[in-house]
Design a protein around this ligand. Structure first.
Ligand SMILES: [Zn+2]
Ligand SMILES: [Zn+2]
Length: 130
């Protein structure tokens, strides 16, 4: 089990993920640019604030949208669908023509659908075995 990660904070109106249980909450950093997509954080957004350590620079607290933070961990839409370059396909990880935030939302949606389908398939299997 991983202990509390105090290089991470969360913001939002209510807890939106397990990490909200493990990390301290901070006020929503309205107006600050998201680390990943560059769009400003607005009131009502869910997200995290992370301590970013970049070579040769002082550590900095940077906010990111929930979906952009997840996208950084799970990969882009094409990667989730197994057709990006790292998966032996030819597609760029994020769909061309989408903003980085739109691409992050699309990736998270596909990831959650895939997860839900896997949970459903496992439940069916259990039922069949019963
Ligand atoms: Zn973002
Ligand atoms: Zn891939």
């Amino acid at each position: 089990m991983k202990g509390p990660d105090y290089t991470m904070r969360w913001f939002g109106e209510r807890p939106w993920a397990l990490l909200c249980r493990d990390c301290p909450r901070v006020p929503t950093p309205v107006g600050a640019a998201c680390l990943h997509c560059g769009e400003p954080i607005v009131a009502g957004d869910d997200g995290v604030v992370q301590l970013c350590i970049m070579h040769g620079r002082r550590p900095e607290w940077r906010p990111a949208h929930d979906e952009c933070n997840l996208r950084a961990a799970i990969g882009g839409l094409a990667h989730i669908e197994g057709r990006c370059m790292c998966c032996g396909g030819t597609d760029p990880p994020d769909p061309p023509g989408m903003t980085r935030r739109e691409a992050a939302r699309a990736a998270v949606r596909a990831y959650r659908q895939r997860e839900a389908a896997a949970v459903f398939a496992a439940a069916l299997e259990r039922e069949e075995r019963a």
